[in-house]
Design a protein around this ligand. Structure first.
Ligand code: WTA
Length: 663
């Protein structure tokens, strides 16, 4: 029996299955030597290796200032500009090289060389500056995936203005909230965009949002999807600037990149938490860019010669770190696709991968499950060959992993499963692809320099290999960590640190970052992520808070109260189920059910719509007056009811269960 056969059998016996990276990949990998882990264990100096991937206007004096935990400053004293690092510094060597390949849904396509990106970013920066935007003014973007989104982000960064990109699928109400929270007086929008062949009006959302917001929005920059502005688009005199109309004034402009202190804000990214109000994760410049450049090089194995395609939306953190900043910092080619993956046909993704000879492909388990459902026949006609595949955003089930490996990877491509969050800035848990075997369903080890462990609810460490799940925590800061929640240091502490840290201590070793995810650490040190432990769900990789959905549902006048929980879904990972109590005397009806769904579609976005609405007489409350969503989740997921002893009225969940599942 060969060594390989023996280890395969041993692995099976242990019910664990390992796949080795292929030698060809290892031979070309950016990191193929395990010493990287030792180097990064020189904490915090190990992380200088990432910072050295950037060009600094002023070198840092200290790697980390941890004197005021949990507010960490990385590369203190350093100065740099994000736009300069993504563009200008590549021009000498790569002027004509493609920076961005963009594919529009209706089949239009653009290719921007680094020189083109330079030109367009400078024009946008000049236009922004003329509108009065200065350093630290937050510019909000509400756009689909079009080249002007990265162009605008880099233009803002060039003049030191933080960007706040709001996912294009969010509605006017959600946009208004985020404009207010960020106190943002500048908005960039578009007349509309295509989805599955239909043109959707988008500008109207900007108009409504500006109307609803308390902050005075000075300028709305209006892009257009085609050469001509869509005829239905309303333009508000004195407030709206049609970008195409003013563009010629800025032709050939050069705007000097503004050197930013390492801890100056680069951007805000709003994300869902356990209360109804979205949180503005605030990321700084030096630490974030270093971490993203480093992980893009070491983990995603991006070489400047690679064409890298991340099938995400720039409106979420994955798009920021690994569609825009990571690949451009490394001088590579980043490919972007505007549309739905099944438009115009279910093999379109693979047709594009072949057309552009994509080397690295990055997507979510939801997308893989969808491809799996459509069937491998849609891949077979296309001649694509990836060197690396990435999975992000949700747990990937072993059978889904295997399908990804067998059909997209054609049986020998390395897959990395990457765990991280909006708050972590970049990937913090994943195996470096050339250094470890893959184990389907496990993310593997913490990244270099990252310390992770699993704690029980009392804060005691759980022994690896015991199979016991607990709270995934990070016990040491890293350069990509958020700086705070914008304007709300208290909430920053209570959401992430309070549970497991000694809040009185000034020593960073006593501060523990609670991720909100559950995990199990196996005997081999591989972590398996189980998903959120708090009231946050993951719908097709979109993060949604229960409270956020509930607060839009209770806006329906007939609704008294609502609870939303996640139900497991074979394609989307999870979907929201709403349990709704109507006001006295109101009878349940299909119209009301539709009104509940519509209120979520209007309050947040269509992607957040409840899959099921159940009208119930009462919700399960604890004696201390908290809704026990766990029991509703048991019901939605067809599980036995868990412990009900702390309930005010223990008969409530049983009644709901009978109503939903029958006797
Ligand atoms: C989940 C997305 C399992 C997790 C980058 C986390 C994952 C939340 C994985 C953050 C993964 C992300 N395996 N679960 N590889 N990656 N998650 O902020 O629950 O949109 O807390 O960032 O996604 O979502 P966010």
């Amino acid at each position: 029996m060969s060594h390989e056969e023996r280890s395969t059998i041993e692995a099976r016996l242990a019910e664990e299955e390992y796949y080795s990276p292929n030698p060809e990949f290892i031979g070309q990998a950016n990191v193929s030597d395990r010493s990287v882990y030792d180097r990064f264990d020189e904490f915090p100096d190990g992380f200088e290796e990432y910072a050295e991937l950037l060009d600094w206007d002023e070198h840092w004096t200290d790697v980390l200032d941890a004197s005021n935990p949990p507010f960490y400053d990385w590369f203190v004293g350093g100065k740099l500009n994000a736009s300069y690092n993504c563009i200008d510094r590549h021009l000498d060597a790569h002027r004509d090289k493609t920076a961005i390949i963009w594919e529009g849904e209706p089949g239009d396509s653009r290719r921007l060389a680094y020189q083109d990106l330079y030109r367009e970013v400078n024009e946008f920066a000049a236009m922004f500056r003329d509108a009065g935007i200065g350093a630290d003014d937050v510019v909000t973007f509400h756009l689909p995936v079009i080249p002007e989104l990265p162009i605008g982000m880099l233009a803002a960064a060039r003049i030191g203005a933080p960007h706040s990109v709001v996912f294009g699928g969010f509605t006017a109400a959600a946009l208004a909230n985020r404009l207010d929270d960020a106190n943002s007086r500048y908005l960039v929008t578009i007349d509309g965009y295509y989805r599955r062949g239909k043109f959707l009006d988008h500008k109207q959302k900007a108009d409504e949002a500006v109307e609803q917001a308390s902050v005075d929005v000075d300028t709305v920059f209006v892009l257009q999807r085609e050469k001509e502005l869509h005829p239905e688009t309303k333009i508000v005199e004195g407030r709206d600037v049609v970008v195409e109309d003013v563009r010629s004034q800025y032709r050939g402009a050069h705007v000097e990149p503004v050197p930013r202190a390492s801890d100056d804000i680069l951007f805000l990214m709003y994300t869902s938490g356990t209360t109804g109000k979205p949180k503005g994760a605030q990321h700084g410049t030096g630490g974030y860019l270093s971490y993203v450049a480093g992980t893009s090089k070491y983990l995603f194995d991006i070489h400047s010669t690679d064409t890298y395609w991340c099938l995400a939306d720039i409106g979420w953190i994955t798009g920021h770190s690994y569609m825009v900043y990571g690949p451009l910092l490394l001088g590579a080619t980043s490919m972007m696709y505007e549309g739905a993956p099944d438009h115009p046909h279910k093999g379109y993704i693979w047709e594009l991968a072949e057309k552009h000879a994509v080397d690295i492909f990055h997507t979510s388990p939801t997308a893989v499950r969808m491809f799996m459902k459509w069937g491998e026949t849609h891949l077979e006609p296309y001649d694509f060959e990836f060197k690396l595949l990435v999975s992000v955003g949700e747990p990937i089930q072993p059978e889904v992993w295997r399908w990804y490996y067998d059909h997209v990877g054609r049986g020998d491509t390395v897959i990395i499963d990457t765990w991280w969050q909006t708050e972590t800035g970049g990937v913090v848990m994943s195996n470096l692809p050339a250094l470890a075997d893959m184990k389907p369903g496990s993310v593997g080890h913490p990244m270099p320099g990252i310390q992770a462990t699993v704690l029980d609810d009392d804060g005691n460490e759980i022994e690896p290999g015991t199979g016991t799940a607990g709270n995934l925590v990070l016990t040491r800061p890293w350069p990509g960590i958020l700086q705070t929640l914008y304007g709300d240091d208290e909430r920053y502490i209570s959401e992430y640190w309070e549970k497991f840290s000694d809040l009185e201590s000034r020593n960073m070793d006593d501060w523990i970052y609670r991720t909100g995810d559950g995990a199990v650490e196996a005997a081999d040190g591989y972590f398996r992520i189980l998903g959120r432990l708090d009231d946050v769900m993951n719908v097709s990789g979109h993060r949604l808070g229960s409270m956020e959905l509930e607060s839009t549902i209770v806006e329906v006048p007939a609704v008294a109260e609502a609870a939303v929980v996640a139900r497991d879904d074979p394609v989307k990972g999870q979907v929201p189920d709403a349990y709704v109590v109507l006001k006295e005397g109101v009878e349940p009806s299909d119209d009301l059910r539709e009104a509940v769904v519509a209120s979520v579609a209007e309050g947040i976005g269509k992607f957040a719509r409840p899959a099921h609405v159940e009208f119930v007489d009462a919700l399960p409350y604890t004696k201390s007056g908290k809704i026990m969503r766990r029991l509703l989740s048991d019901i939605s997921n067809d599980r036995e009811l868990s412990d009900t002893t702390t309930l005010e009225d223990p008969s409530v969940p049983e009644q709901i269960r009978r109503q939903v599942q029958g006797a």
